[in-house]
Structures are given as C-alpha cells and as structure tokens.
Design a binder for this molecule. Structure first.
Ligand SMILES: Cc1ncc(COP(=O)(O)O)c(C=O)c1O
Length: 474
C-alpha cells in the first residue's frame, strides 16, 4: 500500500486560511516561511486512505482473538459512551475538588467496589497498567520493611509467573529468587521452604498462574511466608478467572494489583491506556501512593495526608477514562461478575478438551480461564508453533500467545474469554484441527502462511530489531 505522501497529486481538498485579509492579521514573525509539507490529496482520497489503513488492522470486532494472558474480551460500547460524557471527558485535571465531585465520587465508589471484590482494605487507582501496579506494590513492600527497620532484599517468584513480576521486583532493588514448579504446574512447596529465610521480603504469585492453573497450596504458601515475617504479593491480572468465587484476602495475600483492562472489560490494545489499581491490607494502607480519594461524609476529596506514602506514581490520578469504563462494567454486571468468571473458565476447559486430541497438553489438569498447549508434536512433523500462529491469521483468527510461558516448549497459550459463543469456539477448533492435519500431510503448505494478510511473512528478527518505521520522501 502506498503512503499518503506517495498519493500526493498536487490537488488539495481543503485550503486553510488563504484569505489575504485574514493573513494580514497575523504578525509577520508568526507567518510560515515555507510549506508545511502536508500531502495534497482530496478529502475523499484522505478518507479512503485512512479507512484502508484501519482495515489492515486486526481487532476483536473483526474476529476471534484468543490471546492468552492478554484477555482480549468484548469491551461494551456503552462504557465508551459513558466515558465520553462531557462532565467526565472535559473535566480539567487541575480542577478543584469542589468542581470535581462527580469524578471523585466515581473514583471513590470504584475504590469501594474493588475493596469488596478483592477483600482488601484500601485501594489506589493511580497505576496506569498491570506492570506499574506491580512496581507500586513492590515499592510499598520495600518501604514497609524500611519503616519496620528490617533489611530484606529478596523476592521469591515462581517460574510460572508473568515476566513483568521479576522485572518489577528487580526495579525496586530486590534480588530475585526463582522457585520451580512441580510436574503438575504448581509451586513446589518443599523447594519453597528451602528458599525462605530472613532476607525474603515477599513472594510474588500469579493465581491462576500463567499455565492457567490454580495454585492449590496457596494457603500453605501464605502460612510459610507469614511465619517468616514475609509478605505475599498477588498478581491479580488473571482475576477474571476467580471473581466472586474467592479473593486474594481469603488466600492470605497482602498486596494485589488488578488489570482493569483485562478483568473489567476496558480496551486493551497497543499497550494501553490501561489501569492497574493496587489494593492492600490494613497494615499497608499508610504506604499507598498519594493522593487517594476519600469521603468526609459531606464531600469527596483527594487525600494527600498518607503517613508513609511512597509518593505519586502517575500524573494526576491515573487513566481516568479507563476507571469510568471499569466502574460502568462493574455496575452493569453486578452479581453477574461471578458468572463472567464461570463462563471464562468453562470456555477455556471446553477448548482444552476439544484440542488435546491433536496438540500436546503438557499440564493435563482442569484449567482456569486459559490453558497452554504445546506445538511440539507439530515441530517433530516439520512445522512449529510459529507456523501454526501464522496459519491461523489466514483464517481471520488472531494467533494465541506463543512461546510463553517459557516453561512450556513451543507454547500456545489460549484464552477464549467469557464473551465468545460456542459457535465461534467450535469454528476455532475446526480450524486448529485442520491445521494439525495439514501439517501431518504437508508441513510446507502450512509453513508458508500467511497468504491472505496485508503483510505476508516477515523476518521475525529483523522486524523486532530493525523495524522500518519512517517514511523518507524520495
Ligand atoms: C499475569 C499478568 N501479569 C501482569 C501483566 C502486565 O500487565 P500490563 O500489560 O497491563 O502491564 C499481564 C499482562 O497481560 C499479565 O497477564
């Protein structure tokens, strides 16, 4: 496809400010000395150009998007409408509390809802993404021990954790100690016991973990850690699997972050904007980023008076429009949040059972909202997980997450979410099983895919390391 500059035919659709008498009002010092260099195309050509570009993108409105760990579920359009109400969208972030009562009330009520859903005692809405929530949580843990006068420099992280976990703990200056999963994909308790000592500040756990499995021994883990004086951090990005069934407080956690863009159906594309609120137990309340939103029985206000606050982690109060959409979703769903988790888990188990006849399933256990297959059989037959992913694109299906988690060879991590129909999932199964058959018959046929996408096969290494993102006018 040509760039819009290459479509320049020297004919402009719109002429801006060419009235000489108007130009007279502009001081010479402000007048442009040379052309801006915008392409000259008609208005209709410009519209067609951008429509064509947008059609090249894949999105959830176009097809199935089973991207494990990323939870690409339906985002209700009514929430978009609510977030764009002018009282929300046009409110200036520097407005006084008195002039922002509606927005502050919404944030306060969202904090209260998240307290209820997580079982925790206090919430900050500031972090702008899951990973920033993790960083905030780890900063809180670090400061908690500093104030207590304890020097603890280690954080234990299972090898089934999300990659952002060790990164966040490391950024806070902690040394990472990895704990191995056993052959059922669970944290190995005996190994954990050997790693726990007085230097350990916390364990960071994702539950369900990145294999889509619920950590059955979580209560025992919590006992071991608390008896050692350590804290438990809950990566709640996978909360969409457990809502209404259990919560991090019941499991013994002290800090949790939630990915509003995964669990509460706010858009999750292109890296954001998202929101990763952090919730804590009572003893960590005084460490939250300031300000938190409070209610003094008369008005809603921003409270900066937090004794040991780690400070502000995001400008203003986070990504406000995401908070509006998440609150709208929580209100719309009410008690049905539990049903959303139920359906997410049911759908994942349905797909897992239907696909395991032709793909390896390294951890053959009942899964939560996602599961991980392996393309190792297909690798032996001359293809690979990468080729399977590309072949799916020709069938208008977004590939699952591939080669993650690292503890599964040729991993295909699949998350259907609760918002897909059985018909869509059956179609996905049909396509996946056909790809498996095609690989058996003639791997080269599959390995040359994709054939129907706007961009065909790219050099993976070059595309990642040397992306060509700049248009240079010849
Ligand atoms: C388990 C888990 N933890 C953390 C994250 C990081 O969240 P974010 O991408 O919002 O930074 C993700 C992202 O999908 C995740 O799946």
């Amino acid at each position: 496809m040509k760039t819009i500059f290459e479509k320049d035919k020297g004919v402009s659709g719109i002429t801006l400010c060419d009235a000489p008498e108007y130009l007279d009002f502009i001081p010479d010092s402000l007048k442009r000395k040379s052309s801006v260099g915008l392409p000259n195309v008609s208005e209709l050509e410009a519209l067609r150009h951008y429509k064509e570009l947008s059609d090249m993108n894949f999105c959830i409105e176009k097809g199935f998007y089973p991207l494990g760990s990323c939870t690409m579920k339906y985002n209700p359009k009514v929430s978009e409408m609510l977030a764009s109400l002018e009282g929300f969208a046009d409110l200036h972030p520097y407005s006084d509390d008195e002039d922002s009562q509606g927005a502050l009330e919404l944030m306060y009520k969202l904090q209260e809802a998240l307290k209820k859903i997580t079982g925790m005692d206090a919430v900050s809405l500031q972090p702008a993404a899951g990973a920033q929530g993790e960083l905030t949580g780890m900063m809180i843990i670090k400061k908690y021990f500093e104030v207590k006068g304890e020097n603890r420099n280690k954080v234990i992280i299972p090898d089934s954790a999300h990659g952002t976990n060790p990164a966040s703990a490391h950024l806070c200056g902690f040394d990472i100690v990895s704990v191995k999963s056993n052959n059922r994909g669970q944290v190995d308790i005996e190994t954990l016991k050997q790693l726990v000592d007085k230097d350990v500040a916390a364990i960071m756990m994702t539950n369900p973990n990145t294999l889509g499995l619920f950590e059955e021994n979580v209560l025992e883990i919590s006992k071991i850690m608390h008896e050692n004086g350590s804290l438990l951090y809950y990566d709640g990005a996978n909360f969409n699997a457990i809502m209404g069934y259990t919560n991090p407080k019941l499991m013994g956690f002290d800090v949790v972050h939630l990915n509003l863009h995964k669990t509460f159906a706010t858009p999750h594309g292109g890296g954001g904007p998202g929101a990763g609120p952090v919730a804590v137990v009572e003893k960590l309340k005084d460490f939250l980023p300031a300000p938190v939103v409070d209610f003094d029985n008369h008005k809603y206000l921003r409270n900066y008076n937090i004794k040991h606050s780690i400070g502000q982690v995001k400008a203003f109060y986070g990504n406000f429009s995401v908070l509006v959409k998440a609150y709208a979703y929580i209100l719309m769903m009410g008690q049905n949040l539990k049903e959303a988790s139920e359906n997410a888990v049911l759908n994942a188990n349905y797909l897992k059972e239907r696909l395991k006849s032709k793909f390896s399933l390294p951890y053959d256990e009942p899964c939560m909202h996602e599961f991980v297959l392996s393309g190792d059989k297909q690798k032996e037959e001359g293809s690979s997980t990468l080729h399977i992913a590309k072949a799916l694109m020709d069938e208008n299906i977004h590939p699952p997450t591939v080669y993650f988690p690292l503890i599964v060879h040729e991993a295909l991590m699949i998350e259907p979410t609760e918002s897909e129909t059985k018909e869509m999932m059956d179609e996905f199964v049909k396509v996946m099983l056909k790809i498996a058959d095609d690989i058996k018959a003639d791997p080269e046929k599959v390995n040359s895919a994709p054939h129907k996408t706007p961009v065909k096969k790219v050099d993976e290494t070059m595309a990642a390391r040397h992306p060509d993102l700049k248009f240079v006018q010849q």
